[in-house]
Design a protein around this ligand. Structure first.
Ligand SMILES: Nc1ncnc2c1ncn2[C@@H]1O[C@H](COP(=O)(O)OP(=O)(O)OP(=O)(O)O)[C@@H](O)[C@H]1O
Length: 423
């Protein structure tokens, strides 16, 4: 079988996640007159990412924490893969449900390896198995084990700490991952990378992931389904993002998603839907002339320097490359990079943040697979906008400028403006 036919007939994704069923759950906090979450019924399919959004105080976190019983429901049942866990030992339950909070929630005096190994140690795994697991998970979340395993959280960036938080939550291979505003505390570019990394991990592992977020764009990007809640944990809509944008179920949802719903479709277009241009890659320490030969043959004017995992480090021009006999070990911290799962909005953001006319594209594990130019993205966006606006609405500048349009120019008059009938 050829490589391309393997790709086109790829088998369905492996699902290692478990389904979650909230059956009439209710939470009434002591001293409150109204329940934080009134009777809520929710079915989350195994292997899906579901995002919870809604205004502050609507009950997102309460609902999430009832799944692993960090908050005990006042009424109702929680079923995991059909099994009623409402009265199971909560500590045991939590060992099978990974939990990630904002900023990673790492133990500050423990190394990265010790943090990730916390639950496996409780489960009595031997040292070798834990060490192998730590190495596998660091690689999965895009961190180099040799560089990070012995670091303390304070010596890492917010985004790196958050990656370790995800690795720790996955340590005992739980079927479910709960995440409460996981990317709320990082800058927008890091946020995009963490989102992409999470999508990559989910595609690879097929876990069931529930994410609470304030950000509707994040909810639509990550979620196979989005749950929109209003006060009291009331379900306004629970559907795939495309359906919510196309058919908001209630006036609340319409208001919530805002008038930019047409533009919001752009947040659903992915980098993988646009063909990435091939790039010439070079390894650190490789002979520059050999790389130049490859780049010239491919007609490229720059190359991407990658590490042993194929992660991009810099994108020097051929002149810069030729200035040194070997490919040098330089990291360009402002390199624009997006994953195939990123949205076109993310791609534009990354280009703008780096003041570049293009961005590199990586796979779910951060290895370079190509590049995308601003022109390509703009072309797709223009196409989408014109599809969103019906033909008859598009009366061009030329027609108006030449006075050839038969349409009346619209005149907007305030209700109390006097209109002179004779002018
Ligand atoms: N421990 C508590 N005791 C009393 N009331 C609480 C408690 N925790 C939350 N609440 C109330 O329950 C309601 C739902 O809170 P919850 O934290 O679930 O909302 P949320 O949608 O996650 O909000 P946010 O987006 O602001 O984090 C709110 O009115 C909140 O004030």
């Amino acid at each position: 079988m050829t490589e391309s036919s393997t790709a086109s007939t790829a088998p369905a994704r492996t699902v290692t996640g478990a389904s979650i069923h909230l059956d009439g759950v209710m939470k009434q906090y002591r001293g409150q007159d109204k329940p934080a979450v009134a009777r809520l019924d929710l079915e989350i399919e195994a292997g899906n990412i579901v995002t919870f959004v809604g205004p502050s105080g609507c009950g997102k976190t309460t609902t999430l924490k009832m799944i692993n019983r960090l908050i005990e429901p006042t009424e109702g049942r929680i079923l995991i893969d059909g099994r009623d866990v409402t009265h199971e030992n909560p500590d045991k339950l939590r060992q099978s449900i990974g939990y990630v909070i904002q900023s990673g929630g790492l133990f500050p005096h423990w190394s990265v390896a010790k943090n990730i190994g916390a639950i496996p140690r409780v489960l009595g795994w031997d040292k070798k198995r834990i060490a192998e697991r730590v190495e596998y998970l660091l690689d999965l979340v895009g961190l180099d084990a040799a560089e990070f395993a012995d670091r303390l959280p304070k010596d890492m960036s917010g985004g790196q700490q958050q990656r370790v938080g995800v690795a720790r939550a996955l340590a005992a291979d739980p079927p479910i991952l709960l995440m409460d505003e996981p990317f709320g505390a990082v800058d927008p570019i890091t946020r995009v990378r963490l989102q992409d990394s999470l999508i990559g991990i989910q595609h690879e592992l097929g876990k069931t992931i529930v994410v609470v977020t304030h950000d509707f764009d994040e909810a639509t990007k990550l979620g196979d389904k989005v749950l929109i809640l209003s006060e009291g944990g009331h379900i306004e809509q629970y559907a795939p993002p495309e359906d919510i944008l196309a058919n908001p179920a209630t006036p609340f949802v319409e208001d919530f998603i805002g008038s930019g719903a047409t533009l919001a479709h752009l947040t659903l277009s992915r980098v993988r839907d646009v063909e990435a241009a091939p790039v010439t890659t070079a390894r650190v320490g490789e002979d520059s002339q050999t790389v130049l030969g490859r780049a010239h043959a491919a007609g490229h004017t720059w190359v991407v320097v990658v590490d042993n995992h194929g992660h991009p480090r810099a994108w020097p021009s051929l002149d810069e490359l030729a200035a040194k006999p070997q490919v040098s070990d330089y990291i360009d911290r402002r390199l624009p990079v997006v994953a195939r799962s990123s949205t076109l909005n993310d791609a534009l953001d990354s280009m703008l943040a780096a003041s570049q006319g293009g961005t590199l594209v990586t796979d779910g594990r951060g290895a370079v697979v190509g590049s995308l130019s601003i022109d390509t993205v703009m072309e797709v966006i223009r196409g989408q906008l014109s599809e969103a606006r019906p033909e008859e609405e598009r009366d061009g500048y030329i027609e108006h400028a030449e006075g050839s349009s038969t349409d009346e120019m619209p005149v907007i008059v305030a209700a109390d403006d006097e209109v002179d009938e004779h002018s």
